[in-house]
Design a protein around this ligand. Structure first.
Ligand SMILES: *Cc1c(COP(=O)(O)O)cnc(C)c1O
Length: 823
């Protein structure tokens, strides 16, 4: 160790230069001395790594300064716990936020290396499934941007979300190996390691051991969580925060003991068991993964994160009573909800707090974000599994439950129905621990992610808990980072906007509203249209290259990209395409608006209907794209392997954004925001954030159709009968008959019998019920498209009025209203 006085005299490294010549020299230096390659033989990946190492140095300067500043000012820290971070590529984001795009481009250029080619070699960090994980990534960037001291905590999965390949139109899942070429952005922190236990037994301490007293948990199985840190650079590099991802390793002493005792196989088994924990991300979106390994992952990263948080707090303040003043922990959905019981355990068993004092600290520290109302998506664990894996936490859950229910009965006069609904244990059928209820009672704030979702949360899943704690539920409408989702993915539009209204919107996204004045300016409309066209050409080239489908960039680009799920209703979109196909063939004399329908998205590997929807899209595409009677007026392209990088190419190229979920089922959506910000019109239902998008962009600039959430609920209550609705619509019944009779699957005529039967039988997602309204809305879209200048005016007004949906706004609201942190 180094002495304090010596520390004071340590030379500090000189801040790194941003000059292109200096950058180029450093890149060569790194290539030679860090990677060990001569520039003459260096492979593209070597250039990428050398470039990242040089950029990383600039980030580190800011990173250390941010950490020092939080430490010196005693600022409150925010900890964002999420089992998913859908980050995408980091390098361009970091360079852009450092304000060094031109310099790095020039430096590489002087070495004969193309910046875009090199940075596109970086694999996507796909440590998430969809919207929930992408939100966590946008939030990390916005917390750094608005100067909130924050850590993100998650798992460093060796394999992120699977890579999707198409084989004869079917989805095939391949493992994603994002770490195959190393990851120059991360730092292993061997010193930040914590022991994590599972199973075993619990002993009380003292004469009268009760559940609420201090206990000693003797886990049967133990492993170590080791941290890997990735810096997250905010806009203009004002602050750099940390994303800390945990990996699991076997405990060395066990390994050594076993080895010394000659039990080499046993030692390896321990080692494999630990490493299996962080190997894969469960590809479950809107469904609980349900496997024991998933509960282990949840506990593993919750426990490691909490131990890390308590250690840091004790080191700085020496006393855990001040924890809620200095620490805010946000639970991203229920995946980290076990943290509530883990913090109680750490406070009571390790740090010797009484139960009530521990409970007070816990509730004041945690807040919870709910992401779904789908009953099948609410996480719960069988009591026997929970008890076997986490015996001490089971006791604490019972103790918390007893306290909550006592209060509900005695103080609030809850009846038995209400008690059953607020209980942490679901007693219907096999007994299960309800993670949503645990997160709710252990938090001082529970937020929904759009105004509609928050209202519905109060009325449905949490109605009785809301009755018990009426001041806890609040709304924080989601947002997206305008750096990745405008400035970086759409450089053409970015520079057009700068030319028109100056730079203020770069620091305050709502200043985009100055574009309103240009919506009636035909010269500006034409320039806006030209940018859109360039982006469409870029996408068309990609489709030609990857899929061999030739597309006309002057056609309307109609895009639906998101996870494949019945409630998102890709099926509605495909059926409408079939109906349009029929119409184009029956009425060749009409002026049809040329359209390309793009779809992309992954299906959970075990989700049967979702996989058939992908196959159907490909089957329908093959028939329509090759039918000369269509005269190229309609094309369909299902792009494989949807991920953040593909979204960055597709979003700027969209004319029409499909946001057509069954009303009441999409909590917010963030894809909807990306498209509208980039100048696409939305066709959508009054669901999730679409409602607020309509309020911001104005009714004339969005195409809304279909039943409201209230109407959907009412119709379900009264028993929805789809058959008469289908029979009353010629277009719909023809389209369904075509699908069911094998027009699109001549090789297997019954392939879609089940899918179509579901629509006739129950139509749970109201595809049949909303079909006519949707088809009408599409013809309204066609009518709008024909008046080109009016169309572009509307798209300009979308870009202009979407500033509010910046995740900077969302994070400022969390910081002010929930965390009480930040500037
Ligand atoms: C934005 C985004 C999502 C979320 O899209 P929704 O349309 O809101 O479901 C999912 N995946 C990726 C890769 C994204 O970028």
């Amino acid at each position: 160790m180094i002495s304090k006085s010596a520390l004071a005299d340590l030379p500090s490294p000189a801040p790194r230069s941003a000059d292109p010549d200096a950058l180029a020299a450093e890149i060569i230096e790194r290539l030679t001395y860090s990677i060990g390659k001569d520039a003459k033989v260096a492979k593209p990946h070597d250039w990428l790594t050398a470039t990242i190492l040089v950029i990383r140095d600039r980030v580190i300067d800011r990173w250390m300064e941010s950490t020092r500043q939080t430490y010196d000012t005693g600022g409150k820290r925010v900890y964002y716990l999420s089992l998913e971070f859908l980050i995408g590529r980091l390098t361009r984001d970091a360079v852009s936020n450092l304000g060094m795009l031109d310099e790095v481009r020039a430096a590489l250029g002087s070495l004969g290396v193309d910046f875009d080619a090199v940075t596109s070699l970086e694999p996507d960090a796909a440590l998430g499934n969809g919207g929930l994980g992408r939100l966590a990534a946008c939030f990390m960037e916005s917390m750094a941007t608005v100067d909130v001291p924050a850590f993100g905590y998650g798992i460093r999965y060796v394999h992120g979300l699977f890579r999707q390949q198409m084989s004869d139109g079917w989805q095939v899942e391949l493992p994603e190996t994002w770490l195959a070429n190393g990851n120059a952005w991360e730092f292993q922190r061997r010193e930040s390691a914590y022991e994590i236990g599972f199973g075993g037994s619990v002993d009380g301490i003292g004469a009268n051991p009760a559940e609420t007293q201090r206990c000693v948990w003797k886990p049967q199985e133990r492993m170590v969580a080791v941290a890997y840190d990735t810096p997250v650079v905010g806009w203009r590099a004002k602050r750099v925060n940390t994303l800390r991802l945990w990996t699991a390793q076997p405990i060395d002493p066990i390994l050594l003991d076993a080895f010394n005792a000659g039990d080499h196989i046993g030692a390896l088994r321990e080692s494999n068991k630990a490493e299996a924990l962080a190997r894969v991300l469960y590809p479950a979106d809107q469904t609980p993964a349900g496997q024991e390994l998933r509960l282990r992952q949840e506990y593993f990263f919750s426990s490691a994160s909490l131990q890390d948080i308590l250690r840091r707090h004790l080191q700085e303040y020496g006393d855990l009573r001040s924890l809620p003043d200095k620490v805010a922990i946000q639970l991203n959905d229920t995946h980290p909800a076990i943290s509530v019981a883990e913090l109680m355990r750490l406070l009571i068993d390790i740090h010797r707090f009484g139960f009530d004092a521990a409970w007070e600290i816990t509730r004041k520290t945690f807040s919870y974000t709910n992401h779904t109302l789908l009953p099948e998506a609410l996480e719960s664990w069988p009591v026997p599994l929970f008890e076997r894996l986490l015996p001490r936490h089971m006791q604490l859950v019972y103790a918390i439950n007893a306290k909550i229910l006592r209060n509900a009965r005695l103080e609030r006069g809850f009846d038995e129905d209400q008690i059953r609904s607020v209980s942490l244990i679901d007693e219907g059928g096999d007994r299960r621990v309800r993670m949503g209820n645990l997160a709710f009672v252990g938090s001082h704030s529970i937020n929904g992610v759009s105004a509609l979702h928050t209202d519905l949360m109060k009325q449905t899943v949490f109605s009785d808990l809301h009755g018990l704690y009426p001041d806890r539920i609040n709304n924080k409408t989601n947002g997206i980072t305008p750096r990745r989702w405008l400035m970086q993915c759409n450089p053409g539009l970015f520079s057009l906007i700068r030319d028109a209204i100056g730079d203020e919107f770069m620091d305050n996204t709502e200043a985009l509203s100055a574009l309103d004045a240009f919506a009636g300016d035909s010269e500006f409309c034409a320039r806006f249209a030209a940018v859109k066209r360039d982006n469409k050409v870029r996408l068309a080239n990609l489709v030609a290259r990857r899929m061999g489908i030739k597309l006309d960039p002057s056609a309307m680009f109609d895009i639906q990209i998101k996870r494949i799920h019945e409630y998102k209703r890709q099926l509605l979109n495909i059926i409408e395409a079939i109906a349009l196909y029929d119409q184009i063939r029956s009425h060749p004399e009409r002026d049809w608006v040329p359209r390309v329908k793009f779809l992309a998205g992954k299906a959970a590997p075990s989700y049967h209907n979702a996989k058939y929807i992908i196959k159907l899209a490909n089957d329908v595409a093959r028939v329509i794209n090759n039918d000369p009677a269509v005269r190229g007026l309609l094309k369909i392209a299902f792009l494989p392997n949807y991920n953040v990088s593909l979204a960055e190419i597709m979003v700027p190229a969209a004319d029409l954004s499909e946001q057509i979920s069954t009303a009441g089922m999409e909590a917010s959506g963030t894809g909807n925001m990306k498209f509208a910000l980039n100048g696409a019109l939305t066709i959508g239902t009054l669901d999730g954030a679409n409602v607020e998008i309509q309020e911001h962009v104005g009714k004339d600039n969005i195409i809304i159709f279909g039943m409201t959430a209230e109407e959907v609920a009412e119709r379900r209550e009264n028993g929805h009968e789809p058959r008469p609705i289908i029979e009353a619509s010629r277009e719909l019944s023809q389209a369904l008959t075509a699908i069911a009779s094998g027009v699109f699957s001549p090789d297997d005529r019954d392939r879609y019998a089940g899918l179509v039967a579901g629509l006739y039988d129950h139509d749970w997602f109201m595809v049949a019920a909303d079909f006519e309204a949707y088809a009408d809305a599409q013809r309204r879209v066609d009518a709008l498209w024909v008046d080109e200048e009016a169309w572009y005016s509307r798209t300009i007004l979308n870009t202009s009025r979407m500033g509010w949906f910046s995740s900077d706004r969302t994070i400022r609201q969390y910081a002010k209203e929930i965390w009480k942190a930040g500037p």
